[in-house]
Ligand binder design. Sequence first.
Ligand SMILES: [Fe+2]
Length: 173
Amino acid sequence: MKRIDLLINDTMYKDYIQRNMDEEINAYCQHDFRHHLDVARITYILVLENNDLNYFIKESGLSGKLAAKEVIYAAGLLHDIGKWKEFQTGTDHASYGSRLAREVLPRALFNEQEIEIICQGIFEHRNISMDMSFLGERLHRADNLSHLCLECPAQNVCPKMKNRDASLSSLEY
Ligand SMILES: [Fe+2]
């Protein structure tokens, strides 16, 4: 996936991931590169195991399976790149991250239509709602599944545990 190689080697992408790590030195829940890759892979699995890849390609007007895989991976790899800003200022990381992603994605050669789909998914991924995009809903589920909340020593104080999806997260993926 050449465009994913470009994305993960982008100087600003690496910088945003590093900023997350700098803000989370003593935190149990990490939003590092590993978390982003986990979410990318789980999102892709969720699409594949429901045989939804062709639907996603058609619904989104993508050029084919490789483009769809790259769009899904890009969304996963970028979904929390605004997290450091939320730690610093309280700004919503999903909204801020979608703005950062809009700057990174053209350098990884994603076209305008693909960028819209990815940024909408990132913007939506934080909260579940009735009118989410296909990608936003899968990203949200993958994000919850990626956190091993049942293993977490901070589960008694973590606000995520109030979220039913997160409390059900398991070793399944
Ligand atoms: Fe996440």
